[in-house]
Write a new protein. Structure first.
Length: 32
């Protein structure tokens, strides 16, 4: 099971970029 990161961000564009970077690094991203 990959490590899970919860990202709190109201800016959808920043959230998408963060998700791409983290998922590329093997993390599972959940918007909080």
């Amino acid at each position: 099971m990959p490590p899970t990161v919860m990202v709190v961000d109201d800016d959808g564009d920043i959230l998408d970029m963060t998700r791409l970077v983290l998922e590329g690094g093997g993390y599972h991203v959940l918007p909080a």
